[in-house]
Write a protein that binds this ligand. Structure first.
Ligand SMILES: [Zn+2]
Length: 135
């Protein structure tokens, strides 16, 4: 069974469209300069709707993580255990992503990561995920 894929809405479609092109974009407020992780029609800091999308440098650091041994649905059965992480991006926002890669179970807080795109389902819908950086 395939892992679930998101259903884009009017606010999130630019984020998912960019992901399909292998780009991570974040909303920046041109009124107050805030960057927000969850796409919305207005700025969560100042309520302006003067939001623009900018490409992220796709780099961050593991702020926290959990190794999941029981998935929320049976679709996750073949993917256990997986690593769910909070990643502090260099742009100042925190994203919730899976850590992927053969070394994912070695994840530690403070690990540098880069955002990569994992294809899911028959259509290969690309999901932004974190991968530990090789140094
Ligand atoms: Zn703002």
């Amino acid at each position: 069974m395939d892992l679930p894929i998101p259903t884009p809405n009017a606010d999130t479609r630019p984020y998912w469209d960019a992901a399909q092109q292998g780009r991570l974009v974040l909303q920046h407020c041109s009124a107050c300069g805030a960057v927000q992780a969850v796409p919305r029609s207005y700025c969560g800091a100042c309520h302006s709707n003067a939001l623009i999308w900018r490409e992220s440098n796709r780099r961050g650091v593991i702020a926290s993580f959990s190794i999941v041994h029981r998935g929320p649905t049976s679709a996750f059965r073949d993917h256990l255990p997986y690593v769910l992480a909070l990643v502090d991006m260099t742009e100042g926002v925190r994203l919730m992503l899976n850590v992927i890669g053969t070394d994912r179970l070695d994840t530690q807080i403070g690990d540098p990561v880069e955002i990569v795109f994992e294809p899911r389902g028959a259509e290969g819908f690309k999901m932004p995920q974190a991968q530990r950086s090789r140094v």
